[in-house]
Ligand binder design. Sequence first.
Ligand SMILES: Cc1ncc(COP(=O)(O)O)c(C=O)c1O
Length: 369
Amino acid sequence: MEHSTPLFLTSSFCFDNAEDMRAAFADETDANIYSRFSNPNVNEFVDKICLLEGAEAGYATASGMSAVFASFMALLKQGDHLLSCSSVFGSTHTIITKFLPRWGIEWSYVNANKPEEWEGAIRPDTKMIYLETPTNPGLDIIDLEFVSALAKKHNLILNVDNCFATPICQRPMEYGADLVVHSGTKWLDGQGRVIGGVIVGRKDLINDIYLFCRSTGPALSPFNAWVLSKSLETLEVRMERHAMNAMHIANELKDHPKLSWLKYPFLSTHPQYAIAKKQMKDGGGLFCFELKGGIEAGRKFLDNLKMLSLTANLGDTRSIVSHPASTTHAKLTEQERQEVNITPGLVRISVGLEHPDDVLNDILQALDR
Ligand SMILES: Cc1ncc(COP(=O)(O)O)c(C=O)c1O
């Protein structure tokens, strides 16, 4: 009769007799066997994400990256080609460009802002299209209806990282995506506590992913699943406030003389504003801008902030700033950064649940110092 789900901190589960155990191993029942395969806390989290995303099935992983990796490794094989977009999260870029080729899986990138080039990049051996929208960190918006039609026409799996929007703001499966991956670490947790990930989508594809993960072991811990599942109960109200705060701050900053441009999906100045309005319920909790003055201006801005956190995360109750060119992407050459759309003065703000004017004033004062 617990009102809050209890924690099932157990590695394995017991059976009353040999027959029950045989039937569970033969997949004749859905009894839990071992927490690398399934666990009540993990199952609860997966079931909730399936409902939110409108998906048939899912599997939760130890991190967002293990979700991305498993979705590639379970469904692609030597000789297959993956089509993706140059604007993807840094570690995803590393998997695609450095690790997949080791297993004979080829890849190519298209530009998020040039949809007319996408169809020409599809090859006879292409198996999957993988994308993020909005993209990290540049917040480009990709038209899900358009890409989904392309995937259907060429019989490709459409795999969408919905981490930035969350299912509250955007449901890629309604537009025809076959799979949706998440980093639970971001808005789903929303309070910067645990690392986790999840993949949901078509039952047949999830079954292949489950069989891959069951043997290779990127399982989500029951404790982290419990935290994430609880967090989903407040996801909608949190996301509404994050988006309201982000819209207010972005609108106040958009014409600031020290910025070359500012992008927020629901500001009419965003290059893909019409697409954002079509497929998103609101603009989400992130905006980004380009500081005049490049890398040094970015470093100075970070040093001048008093309230925003300088930390390698996003999607927290507390507002967070990041400057990719001097941190996450500092090891790349200028040309490599350009290829993945990281400009020298690019700053990304993840807007928290503080009073928006406090966040705005901190940013304004840091720009003026
Ligand atoms: C868009 C996106 N996808 C995936 C990930 C990876 O998630 P995790 O850090 O939980 O492995 C991140 C992390 O920043 C991300 O921003």
